[in-house]
Ligand binder design. Structure first.
Ligand code: ZN
Length: 338
């Protein structure tokens, strides 16, 4: 990258001990010509060892990451680790404060903004700092997501299928160490520029998650999130194993066909006819869409296009044509892909 990031920070990424600080993103606004937006960052370092970079709040309506990572940041002390843990609990802080998926400042989706540019709008500037400064020094990258406002999920750790088999095996191992109910292999069906995609392309052991949704937010999901992050830090030999309950074996599933992601065939009110975890066959009715302008007409049928299990379901009944309503997964065999 030719131009340096314009973002400055009051933490020293190479210093031992524990530091709470901020990334300061320059902004010139109506209320202040010369201003900064602060994105909290925590650096915990002890001796030599691997570096884990942990992100939450990439989407502002997914608060499992911010909660788990702020708890971890306060609790974790340098003596408990070997190596370095860098925590950015609210990567898209403006969106977290607004409670929205996208940034209220520039309308951008942080998880479509990578690698970003140094002189971008605020979302792209933050993405560029992550791409140019944090990801290069990471051995392990964790980006905690959930379905937020729009989608219910069976809780999973997830990743793309990457072509480097050794990297893929490490990612699967790390994902299984998390101990979530599911390890989910997904495809991008809504654009490029994801943080985890870039980290995977850089060869990093990368884990994303889909930890339930806004309405599933509670003790169980937060426990899966917090315990999983610690389990993965232990897998990376950064933390000692906590000794708490052994992770239950995750089921490895994948949605590897475009048809596994069912987009609404019409706009209207989506009535689900299935629950998360249901087994379906191609042709099974999974929902129907009521057309507001035409109560006299039969609703538009939504059928499974593949065989498998319901992994995700739209959480907002009002639906526009083309919005994802159902995701179907099947057992995934890593050895069968090369
Ligand atoms: Zn997300």
């Amino acid at each position: 990258m030719s131009m340096q990031s314009l973002i400055t920070t009051d933490v020293d990424l190479d210093k031992s001990g524990k530091q709470f600080g901020n990334l300061a993103v320059p902004q010139s606004t109506n209320s202040s010509g010369w201003a900064k937006r602060y994105i909290p960052i925590v650096v915990i370092k002890n001796g030599d060892g691997p570096t884990a970079v942990l992100f939450g709040g990439n989407h502002g309506d997914e608060l499992e990451g911010p909660v788990a990572l702020m708890n971890l940041a306060r609790k974790l002390e340098p003596v408990q680790i070997q190596g370095r843990v860098i925590i950015v609990p609210m990567l898209n802080r403006p969106a977290v404060e607004a409670g929205t998926r996208l940034s209220p400042l520039d309308g951008c989706n942080m998880n479509r903004a990578f690698p970003g540019r140094p002189n971008d709008t605020i979302t792209g500037m933050i993405a560029h700092y992550v791409s140019s400064t944090l990801l290069p020094i990471a051995d392990l990258v964790v980006d905690v997501h959930s379905g937020g406002s729009s989608t219910h999920f069976l809780p999973s750790v997830n990743m793309h299928e990457v072509s480097d088999r050794q990297q893929m095996q490490k990612m699967i191992d790390a994902g299984l160490a998390w101990g979530a109910p599911y390890l989910f292999i997904y495809e991008d069906v809504a654009g490029a520029g994801l943080l985890p995609s870039l980290a995977e392309q850089m060869g990093k052991v990368t884990l994303g998650t889909e930890m339930g949704s806004k309405s599933q937010f509670g003790v169980e999901i937060l426990d899966i999130t917090a315990r999983g992050i610690e389990n993965v830090l232990a897998w990376a030999n950064i933390m000692q194993p906590s000794g708490s309950a052994a992770p239950r074996p995750s089921e490895i599933v994948g949605a590897t066909k475009a048809e596994d992601y069912i987009m609404a065939p019409a706009s209207g009110i989506f009535e689900p006819l299935c629950e998360l975890g249901d087994e379906v066959k191609q042709g099974t009715p999974v929902g129907q869409i009521h057309r507001i302008e035409h109560p006299e007409r039969e609703p538009v049928a939504v059928e499974a296009l593949t065989d498998g299990m319901i992994m995700a379901r739209r959480a907002i009944p009002l639906t526009l044509q083309g919005e994802m309503v159902i995701t179907i997964v099947r057992p995934y065999e890593i050895s069968s892909h090369s």
